[in-house]
Design a protein around this ligand. Structure first.
Ligand SMILES: Cc1cc2nc3c(=O)[nH]c(=O)nc-3n(C[C@H](O)[C@H](O)[C@H](O)COP(=O)(O)OP(=O)(O)OC[C@H]3O[C@@H](n4cnc5c(N)ncnc54)[C@H](O)[C@@H]3O)c2cc1C
Length: 424
């Protein structure tokens, strides 16, 4: 064993989850080594659209994301960069059921002091003159939301992490997890062994394969996702501070990008990936979307409905990438009961960029203190442990793909319990 390769915590994966946690741990004096199979941010992080929406169906989750945005602002100061663009965001409703959903969300948001309110359709049309609004029945506006470039977020975590002593080794795939008598001891790569009493699996879409290295099951699945980016159109200018929009009925979200518009879709029947069958040097940044695929056709059709000036002839790029979904669309954060010291931090189900600031803090608390100051009951890693139906890969993939397919489609029913705390 070399002194060089020992740490308090080894983190597998240099995406936003791994790097945010590394920064927080090092801020509390822990010695951290991050091992990355490829380049920093080369997984889902490098493909993300970068929306930072804080509103969730549950009060506790919304509170976490509000705190996460405060961490981003602190990070900007520490790393001496400006990355967050505050545009505000809208949720729009075209059916009475969706209008009820919005009303419940506004009520829940207000109950915890989150800045949110209904917005009249006339005001929506004034904010977004390039969007169709004649079929809307209600909308709500969150002025503090916005977006950032995920690569810049990852770079900022790394910059501050390195200032605090984090060591990050790229082009270093972890090929084995060393476990002795139920306790993790470290990891193995092609060239070396690294030792630590804690290993955190932040492997994004690969994280279920990393869990298999320790002969454990992590019920996540690798799910495809698409968005388009239009070029600037003088007839339909998109201001850089135009609010993001979430249209759950059409399954789409949008934000401004370099004078054009990003529009992403949560497909009803998303692509599935077997990460184990992809080549060892698979590079997500090189993924190309088939322009004639059903997913792209559906993306353009839904976009055209909301933004009639965008159609299949509009100059645009299509981006596709791989997300990590779980059966309930909530991440797995913490230890499983069978291996002490092996923590998982994965399964962000399309929201890992926005969740990463607070998740880094939560993971550092779980690892160093054994508990968190946040209510983590809904994101505990062991919530499906050894449960029939969540062990076999095929079952897990079916459940995760079903959740992903229904993710934007389902109507949320936020409820506010006594004391302003949303009910579970
Ligand atoms: C097209 C698209 C759009 C998205 N848009 C948004 C958005 O607008 N807002 C939002 O919040 N989220 C968005 N997401 C989701 C977001 O990108 C992810 O939730 C987030 O990046 C997950 O970060 P991560 O660190 O968990 O995983 P990743 O970024 O995938 O990082 C995992 C890293 O682990 C490495 N790794 C894996 N196994 C090993 C190993 N054995 N050894 C060494 N290294 C290993 C990988 O190479 C990778 O770099 C989007 C995702 C996609 C695909």
């Amino acid at each position: 064993m070399t002194q060089m390769n020992t740490a308090d915590v080894i983190i597998i994966g240099a995406g936003v989850a791994g790097l945010s946690t590394a920064m927080q741990l090092a801020g509390r004096g822990a010695k951290v080594i991050v091992l990355e199979r490829d380049r920093v941010g080369n997984g889902s992080t490098g493909r993300a659209a970068g929306l930072l929406g804080q509103l969730r169906g549950k009060a506790e989750q919304t509170r976490m994301l509000v705190d996460g945005l405060a961490i981003v602002k602190e990070l900007e100061k520490l790393a001496d960069v400006e990355i967050f663009v505050q545009t505000g965001s809208l949720r729009i409703a075209e059916t009475p059921e969706r209008a009820e959903e919005i009303s419940a969300l506004v009520e829940m948001g207000k109950s915890i002091g989150f800045d949110i309110d209904h917005m009249s359709i006339d005001d929506v049309a004034r904010h977004l003159p390039y969007m169709r609004t004649d079929d809307l029945v209600d909308a709500c506006y969150c002025p503090t939301d916005g977006h950032l470039q995920p690569a810049e977020l990852a770079a900022a975590y790394l910059k501050v992490g390195k200032q605090r002593g984090v060591r990050c080794e790229t082009n270093t795939p972890v090929t084995g997890i060393i476990v002795e008598a139920g306790q993790v001891r470290g990891v193995r790569t092609a060239a070396a062994e690294y030792f630590a009493p804690v290993v955190m699996n932040a492997g994004g879409p690969w994280s279920y394969l990393n869990a298999e290295l320790a002969e454990t099951v992590l019920p996540t699945a690798a799910i495809g996702h698409y968005y388009l980016t239009t070029r600037p159109d003088p007839a339909n200018p998109v201001d850089r501070l135009s609010p993001a929009v979430r249209d759950r009925e059409l399954r789409i979200y949008t934000r401004p990008e370099s004078g054009g518009l990003i529009v992403g879709i949560y497909d009803a029947e998303p692509d599935r990936y077997d990460m184990g069958k992809l080549p060892a040097d698979f590079d997500m940044s090189r993924m190309k979307a088939a322009r004639d695929s059903l997913q792209v056709a559906q993306l353009i059709e839904a976009t055209h409905h909301r933004f009639p000036w965008i159609n299949e002839r509009t100059p645009m790029t299509i981006t596709t990438g791989i997300m990590t979904f779980t059966p309930d669309a909530r991440p797995f954060c913490g230890e499983m009961p069978n291996i002490q010291g092996l923590f998982h931090c994965s399964g962000f189900s399309g929201h890992g960029i926005v969740q990463s600031p607070v998740i880094g803090l939560i993971m550092s608390q779980l690892i160093l203190d054994g508990h968190s100051t946040y209510d983590v009951s809904s994101i505990e890693a062991d919530r499906y442990f050894d449960m029939p139906g969540y062990i076999d890969r095929r079952d897990i993939e079916d459940r995760c793909a079903a959740m992903a397919g229904n993710y934007y489609g389902k109507v949320e029913r936020p409820t506010v319990a006594a004391g302003g705390q949303a009910a579970k």
